[in-house]
Design a protein around this ligand. Structure first.
Ligand code: HEM
Length: 181
């Protein structure tokens, strides 16, 4: 006799609080980025020749880990033929986030949210959006009864934001300034 468990009712309601919190984080970073007087300095270059190359390489590290995230997520959902342990997805996500923090701290504290150049405006907005989506995904993860599309969509948005951040910063730096340490 197999036990029949009632079908878990799925609705978007459990998503409301994570989305609200994510939205608040995004707006708070944007408001801080505009109201705070940029200091021009935040953290030492840690062995790099300056803050810019340090940020460009840390962001590239986060970008590569984000690709590992997507491939390991596709494996978790059985979309690709290779089996990658779920721990790879978890740890690549944590490391990508950790690598982004000193970079974003420098961006917000030393530079602020700038909108004089379209590349920098898009970059600044994507930076706030990235942390908003990341917050929403982390808060949604433990919730039960989420719609099946919720985590893939939040994960996909976080990845897209990080790709956009890399293109509007590291890729620009490596092509405009050069591939330097
Ligand atoms: C949280 C909101 C963020 C704001 C407001 C912001 C803003 C900025 C600004 C104004 C610059 C200078 C752009 C220039 O003049 O060239 C910059 C540079 C940079 N940012 Fe951000 N950023 C944010 C988040 C991030 C994040 C999350 C990353 C990486 C994960 C990142 C990576 C970089 C890198 C690598 C540079 C140096 C290359 C460059 O100058 O474009 N930023 N950021």
């Amino acid at each position: 006799m197999t036990a029949v468990y009632p079908q878990q009712r799925r609705s978007a309601v459990p998503l409301l609080v994570p989305l609200l919190a994510g939205g608040l984080v995004m707006v708070a970073l944007g408001v801080y980025g505009r109201l705070h007087t940029p200091t021009g300095f935040a953290i030492g270059p840690a062995g790099f020749s300056g803050a810019l190359p340090m940020k460009a390489w840390l962001t590239t590290g986060a970008f590569v880990l984000a690709i590992v995230q997507v491939v390991s997520a596709l494996s978790m959902w059985g979309k690709i033929g290779i089996r990658i342990p779920a721990g790879v997805h978890r740890w690549s996500g944590r490391l990508a986030f950790l690598l982004s923090v000193p970079v974003a701290f420098h961006c917000l504290y030393a530079l602020g949210l700038q909108y004089d150049v379209p590349r920098v405006l898009v970059h600044s907005l994507l930076g706030c959006f990235f942390y908003g989506v990341f917050t929403a995904k982390m808060l949604a993860l433990p919730r039960r009864g989420l719609p099946g599309w919720a985590l893939p969509v939040l994960g996909g948005l976080a990845f897209t934001a990080l790709v956009g951040l890399w293109l509007t910063s590291s890729f620009w730096f490596f092509t405009a300034i050069g591939v330097t340490l």
